[in-house]
Design a protein. Sequence first.
Lengths: 139, 293
Amino acid sequence: MSIQKNNAILISEVMMPLDRMVVISETVIMKEALEKMGQSHLGIACIVDDKNILLGILTDGDIRRKLLKVQKPLSALLVDDALEHAIVLPMTTHSDMTLKAAIVLMGDKKIWDFPVVNSQGVLVGLLHLHPAVKALLGC
Amino acid sequence: MINKIIEVGYGKVNKVKIGDKLPLAFIGGPCAIESRDHAFMMAEAIGKICQRIGISWIYKSCYDKDCRSAPDSYHGLGVDDGLRILADIRDEFGIPVVSDFSDPAWATATGEVCDMVQVPAYLCRQTSILRAAALTKRPIHLKKGQFMSPWNMKNSVRKIEAAGNHQILLADRGTFFGYNMLVNDFTCFPIMAKTGYPVCFDGTHSIQMPTSMGNISGGQREFIPYLVRAAAACGINALFMEAHNDPDNAMSDANTVLNIKHLENVLGQAKAAHEFRLEMLEQFGEDNVHSEK
């Protein structure tokens, strides 16, 4: 399959479903969020409310920056709500966007993951760069 | 974060609202209910002081002191007699009352009489106590254990919330500093306030020296006004102090209770410091410096 042909692939065909990504509620504490991220081998956790509306994201990069910035004891940081250290109103995309356009955008923004939401802001999946590129390359 | 306000008082008693930028509330009384006559005498005397100062008040006294160090220390009048006296004080003076409880089996009875139920500091992470307190549906005075970090109190808060109760007052009563000694770290107030619930300073137990007198606790009562002033200036919503007409002969916590002859002095200063803090916030802005972290 040529890359040219794959230009028509939509995000909906490639995105991770909710049960394969890290989705946590707004009351999950940092310690639990880090455990879940570690188990998933993903560098991102999506934080949602009880209606599954995306509230924020917590990424490996955010955590690295927090560790240098926040001077509180580690035991205090670990019991903070993950949402407190999350990026609120993160960049998101929609499932009907083409994969190629999304990857170009991810390159421009220097991000590895794109939360996918519907028109109501409800989280529906995650576009992760590795499977996205593989799909575009047809491998 | 939303600063929650709790309201203490059901039925015909005065309602006491605690939280956000409301006036400082006072929770106080003799540590233990010693007798009906003594409880009434203290209620009348403290009530007059609170009226003169103009501070809203919740009467505190306990019917069972389960954390005594010695087997022959005064344990209290017990659930039935103690709660009957508290109920009569409510009716007579029209004030809300609070007592702690140390056994989940006593929670229902305590909540039926008391306007607020108190979780003892030593038991602040016991799930059965927290759940029982929550199920009373009354506001809960939750004291931070002397062994607990202020941030870990959030776990106790979450246990109460999980049982459906969202009316909590978090109190500091000092933190263990080695053996038989407490210190106060006032950063605990903004840290515990991050839960959204109001915070309280226990000005008399904070000067306690736990079990420093062999089989009873000692204390340095002379430091009460210093810590109370500092706590009020730091930012609290309620002040807790135990008071007694004859501290040396008090049947519980004799070495930490404030002599009632000093109550007006200390309470008046606390109220003034609280009001001055609110004025300062108004004039200079909120405390949220470096909140960008």
